[in-house]
Design a protein. Structure first.
Length: 263
């Protein structure tokens, strides 16, 4: 997922509107397309963004240019989708225009695209590679089964999670869209190897159990992951910290509007 690019999931057929369009015309386009937000483009340049909430209590003959947001946050086709999603959840945006090197709009990425990308992750492939590595490394056999595990029983192996991805996992869990976590069962211990954001989000929503791919080892061994987690002071989910992350090169701001054009 960390290598998935915005261009893989963005919508390329972008419906845009003109800044001199009236709100009445814009509402008609909203009804026809069932979309509630659009980039505003003039002469090939991105001039702003307009959404349904910009239209509240506005006169029908008001121009789009008088209600739109003129400073627009954008992202780029080769940005990692996870990074763009973090910015969207942090800022409360439901969509980001995608622009090329010349600043031309070539697509748009939405919350729906982000969720779709998570649903389409090939988790069984991850599990298969992990079981092959475990069997080769420790000379054991493994069995994979689906089930639920108690969150309080999990031993984490990641000490930090990002707040924006954490909120994204909360969003998915509330809508029943989160994929299972991946757990290794060695002896009676449950070691969490994939899904720390999801697990922490589930805990924050009051859940006591979570769906999991459970990799059961044929004998009780101490995993290197366990030793590392112990050295990091990780014993329960409560030991995971939510930290801030600085984003660089993920998004940009476009402000093409000339104030003289308001006249």
């Amino acid at each position: 997922m960390e290598n998935t690019k915005v261009k893989t999931y963005m919508s390329r057929n972008v419906t845009s509107v003109d800044p001199d369009m009236s709100i009445e015309e814009l509402k008609n386009i909203m009804r026809e397309t069932n979309h509630d937000g659009f980039p505003v483009i003039k002469d090939g340049r991105l001039m702003g963004m307009v959404t349904a909430r910009d239209l509240v209590l506005r006169e029908q003959d008001t121009k789009v240019k008088n209600v739109m947001t003129k400073k627009v946050m954008v992202t780029f086709p080769d940005t990692n989708l996870t990074d763009a999603a973090r910015v969207m959840f942090r800022k409360g945006f439901s969509r980001l225009p995608v622009v090329d090197k010349e600043g031309r709009v070539i697509g748009i990425v939405t919350n729906t695209d982000v969720i779709r990308s998570h649903i389409e992750r090939v988790t069984p492939g991850k599990v298969r590679k992990l079981t092959e590595s475990l069997e080769s490394l420790y000379g054991i056999r493994t069995i994979v089964r689906m089930g639920t595990v108690r969150i309080d029983d999990l031993i984490p192996t990641q000490g930090k999670v990002m707040p924006d991805e954490f909120r994204g996992r909360e969003y998915e869990i509330k809508r029943g869209l989160a994929e299972p976590i991946v757990v290794i069962k060695t002896g009676e211990r449950l070691v969490l190897v994939d899904g720390h954001h999801r697990t922490l989000a589930a805990r924050s929503l009051g859940l006591e159990e979570i769906n999991a791919y459970i990799i059961v080892l044929s004998r009780d061994i101490e995993l290197g992951l366990e030793r590392t987690a112990r050295q990091m002071g990780l014993h329960t989910i409560d030991d995971i910290k939510i930290v801030k992350e600085v984003d660089t090169g993920i998004v940009g701001i476009i402000d093409n509007w000339d104030e003289e054009e308001d006249s």
